[in-house]
Design a protein around this ligand. Structure first.
Ligand SMILES: [Zn+2]
Length: 125
């Protein structure tokens, strides 16, 4: 797993959003004992999203997944994550302003940064 701050932020953001969405939409009465427990669908989605991030060819040069041109999510998972982004995304600004704002800024990057072979550095800044 990448330890670049940008990627750590991606992992943190997606996890917070999926957890919140699940807690608000999927929790069954019998789940009361464990607030952190994700339903089966959402825990599957979270580990899927983490795998996609690990496999992302752009890594810390990436734009946000919602704006990326490479649609690496399979359609079913993509539908779920889009719904979560739509419902939870705007409220991230209120509840997790730092992550929310950074996510917006990351999303302003329309194109993923290209690897720059000649300079020897991995990414241009
Ligand atoms: Zn759920």
């Amino acid at each position: 797993m990448s330890t670049h701050p940008r990627m750590r932020r991606e992992y943190a953001t997606i996890e917070i959003m999926i957890r919140r969405y699940c807690r608000e939409n999927h929790r069954q009465p019998e789940d009361d004992g464990d607030r952190e427990q994700l339903c089966r669908d959402c825990s599957e989605l979270l580990s899927y999203a983490q795998k996609r991030l690990q496999a992302c060819p752009f890594q810390e040069g990436k734009t946000t997944c919602g704006k990326c041109k490479v649609h690496c999510y399979k359609p079913q998972m993509r539908g779920k994550i889009r719904e979560i982004m739509r419902r939870i995304g705007p409220r991230m600004l209120l509840t997790n302003p730092l992550l929310g704002i950074r996510h917006l800024i990351d999303g302003l990057r329309k194109q993923p940064l290209k690897k720059n072979r000649s300079s020897g550095r991995k990414f241009r800044r």
